[in-house]
Write a protein that binds this ligand. Structure first.
Ligand code: GLC
Length: 530
């Protein structure tokens, strides 16, 4: 593969930044865009190729930025539009591509479009949202209760799949589509390289607003689980809408990219395929939830890889262990009683898998220093509206959003404030970037090394994948491209393994616990075979 064939979103590594928690430069306890700019050299030092930043646009913050009230303005909490432009150019100077997070399923209820829409039955923007005289069906909101909210101005109900502060846009209205296109063009014009599209499963709903069928099990405290989301999820219009957006971004020069949040469990190949679209007319990347919902145990690994490998070659996979919505991967993988050494070993097996399997890896800030899920939040410390509105039935997402641990100083170097928006993990004096920078054996330096190995070996970032032994204890596969073949074996179990695949000869690119053809617990080998 030539350098010119290196497609950043396909062969590179993406680093996700949750802006509230990266670095606070104003001393208000909340991270901001200048904070990200300040840390771009750090991000670059990881060897990654792109950053995805969660929404930082104007918002009342009912859902921490996923409730946008102005798509084209940076919320003052995070800085200014000038900061945004600086961020893009500073990232580009360092060769980093920039992915923004676009929320088109809904707006904030304080968005001027909704304020107009709700004001009267004959307002020209009335049809920009989904209104009904009465609650037309049994649809439930993901964030708790009915998905229909009465609005006093007109005594009608509007639809919201998420919070009532997040009314769903009516994407059947061509005026809404035209506005969305303008927003995308604005960001393409200022140099944004790609978009992470939020909640794409929920863009369109059944036109006849049919009742969703019941499930067998109905938890009183979380009513969305009482129904199958047959009529308000994965509607076939979602695919056409994405194809339109894709056409628009493809009309721009440079390699622009669309990755969609397709929330799906159970290795749902058919669903993924539809979102990619036939002949690549849809999303470039489908965000893979399989390792967000499941622990990385070996059976899962093999099944999940098999499912993704069964797609067409052009349906390029993604792999993700952690995000701003789910329990951090390492905390799902480590068992109670595991030592720090075992945690590090497990983190390394995760990193080796993530960075050698065929697909685009996404690394969530702090993953590279094994930041854990924060589990000690008391109910009055919890900020996540999903947990609060469901009376804590749904575990809070705050635990994976705590501030980045930069060093051993106050607030882990994240902020000078007395109060940070979420508490800092108690393990920060030991677990932080500064400490790990200085330790050649740290997980941070391990991530750097493996990303470098990946970037230097085309078979690893672009080659075809073949699964080898079907063994319940370990996973083994080869990656092959242009005559280069690399064997990867990862031991996910607590005892040594002796794989049949020959791992005693070849050029060992990286390994741990490899002795005479055996691999120790949570060891691995990455070996160039020719
Ligand atoms: C997506 C986001 C999540 C947000 C929701 C509503 O799932 O990842 O954080 O709460 O959409 O916008």
């Amino acid at each position: 593969m030539n350098n010119k064939d290196f497609l950043w979103w396909k062969h590179g590594v993406v680093y996700q930044i949750y802006p509230r928690s990266f670095l606070d430069t104003t001393g208000n306890g909340v991270g901001d865009l200048p904070g990200i700019i300040k840390k771009l050299d750090y991000v670059k030092s990881l060897g990654v190729h792109a950053i995805w930043i969660n929404p930082f646009f104007q918002s009342p913050m009912a859902d921490f930025g996923y409730d946008i009230s102005d798509f084209q303005s940076v919320d003052p909490l995070f800085g200014s539009n000038t900061d945004m432009l600086t961020l893009i150019s500073e990232a580009h100077k360092r060769g980093l591509k920039v992915i923004f997070d676009m929320v088109f399923n809904h707006t904030s209820s304080e968005h001027p479009w909704f304020v107009e829409s709700r004001s009267s039955l004959d307002n020209p923007k009335r049809d920009w949202y989904i209104w009904n005289e009465k609650k037309p069906n049994n649809w439930q909101s993901l964030f708790g209760g009915s998905a229909w909210e009465k609005c006093d101005f007109t005594n009608q109900y509007y639809y919201h799949f998420f919070l009532s502060e997040q009314p769903d846009l009516n994407l059947r209205n061509p005026e809404v589509i035209a506005e969305i296109k303008k927003i995308i063009e604005y960001y393409l014009d200022i140099g944004v390289d790609g978009f992470r599209l939020d909640a794409v499963n929920t863009y369109f709903e059944d036109e006849n607003l049919m009742d969703n069928p019941d499930t067998d099990y109905c938890p009183a405290e979380y009513t969305i689980d009482c129904q199958i989301r047959k009529y308000n999820f994965d509607h076939h219009h979602n695919y056409n809408f994405l194809a339109e957006i894709k056409k628009l971004i493809d009309s721009y020069p440079g390699e622009r990219m669309l990755v969609g949040e397709v929330a799906k469990d159970g290795h749902d190949k058919d669903a993924w395929k539809k979102y990619y679209g036939d002949a690549q007319v849809g999303l470039d990347l489908v965000f893979n939830f399989d390792f967000l919902y499941n622990s990385p145990n070996v059976n899962q690994v093999t099944d999940i890889v098999k499912a993704w490998e069964s797609l067409e070659m052009h349906n390029w996979p993604t792999y993700v262990f952690s995000s701003h919505d789910q329990i951090r991967g390492i905390s799902r993988y480590v068992l109670e009683g595991d030592s720090i050494e075992t945690e590090v070993k497990k983190a390394k097996t995760m990193a080796i898998f993530l960075l050698t399997v065929r697909g685009t890896p996404f690394i969530y800030y702090g993953q590279e220093i094994t930041m854990n899920q924060y589990t000690d939040l008391t109910n009055d410390q919890i900020k996540d509206p999903w947990a609060i509105r469901t009376n804590f039935t749904v575990p809070t997402r705050d635990g994976c959003r705590t501030p980045m641990q930069w060093d051993g100083t106050k607030n882990a170097g994240f902020s000078t404030s007395e109060y940070t928006w979420l508490p800092i993990s108690k393990n920060y004096p030991q677990k932080n970037v500064e400490v790990q920078n200085g330790d050649p054996n740290s997980i941070l330096n391990f991530y750097r090394k493996v990303i470098q190995i990946r970037s230097e070996n085309p078979a690893l970032f672009g080659g075809k994948l073949e699964l080898l032994e079907d063994n319940p204890d370990f996973v083994s596969y080869t990656r092959e491209l242009d005559g280069q073949k690399v064997l990867i074996i990862i031991n996910f179990c607590e005892h040594s393994i002796k794989p049949e695949s020959e791992c005693q000869t070849g050029n060992v690119l990286i390994s741990e616990g490899l002795n005479n053809g055996e691999i120790e617990p949570f060891g691995f080998a990455v070996i160039e075979k020719n």
